[in-house]
Design a protein. Sequence first.
Length: 413
Amino acid sequence: MLDMLLARLIEQGTLTVIWPGGKSRTYGTGGRRVTTRLHGLSTPWAIGLRPELAFGEAYMDGRLTVEEGTIADVLEIIISNLGMRPLPRIVRFARALRRSFRWIVQFNPASRARRNVAHHYDLSGALYDLFLDSDRQYSCAYFKEPKMTLEAAQSAKKRHIAAKLKLDRPDLSLLDIGSGWGGMGLELARGAGANVLGITLSTEQLALSNSRAAAAGLAERCRFAFKDYRDIQGPFDRIVSVGMFEHVGIMHYDTFFRKMVCLLAPDGVALLHTIGRTDGPGTTNSWITKYIFPGGYTPALSEVMAAIERSGLYATDVEILRLHYAETLKEWRLRFRKNWAKAVALYDECFCRMWEFYLASAEMTFRYNQLVVFQIQLARRIDTLPMTRDYMLDGERRMGLAPEQLSRANEAA
């Protein structure tokens, strides 16, 4: 079954599989060459029957090893071919079955949301230091120029988002929903003089965020709380949410945007930054659901916009970031591989193979298989923002200036 699956799937690139009995077969021609070995007679059966789940599990526990190339190379061949032709029938069937039950998986009340967040974000902070930038930005960077470093691209992402929030006066009240380790909130408090409340459901993130705010002398202007968005009272002049909407759960989209209407001041502006899919409503990969992001879902734009329309909010700008997350994940994967020994010391080899598989599979999916990032700007009134996007570009350029350059620009203005 697995042999038939690979024979039908692999056209570009060369994948050699060494079977448990020692025989081998090569699939595809040309391009990158990789070789994998399967261990244990049951492994091919498991992968053939449930490829989306069992393939990653086999790599995690050592029943699938890579003898030529890396697991990222293997996934690049497989996922790039998946993006060029219809999915194998068994994969389509499994996805259709999961979609019919996704309302159960996506049911995400506050208590379950806290457990789901803890599963991923309450891991050791030392783990994230092994592959993130120094600001611990755990979302898509913005590579506005070729060969940018990860640090520069993450700073560019924060400026890009800040410009869309139109922070045009000091002391704006700002809510950061899903505030991570505090980097975005601190940037907006420090650079724009906003009064920031960041909320998270991760105890690890909360502790570090408040510690960073105190160390920066911003504790009075930028504070963080352990709160669910459903429990917050407004109004706020600005709302930002980066990389959190993927955890809301599709059954709760109406709740999320209705709450945003209540939280946003009448002349307020909100910016939603979320991973999205370009091929319409679907389901979350079963391996990702089980091991990485329980309860997570990557929405189609049609699913998000329908909920926005029902809420009464205006979508005032939509931008699709293509390939930026693929480049971000590549940087994370390379840094994680470089720090493999340190990661093993924190956890173990099985965990490290799991994390490597997660970073590599996500990178290749963003590169080849219809995942992007949506940035959706929202307002309660149609006349809240200027009629053209020039203010975004001007604001982003100004925030990119060095302090002395900014001072001269302000004097000139």
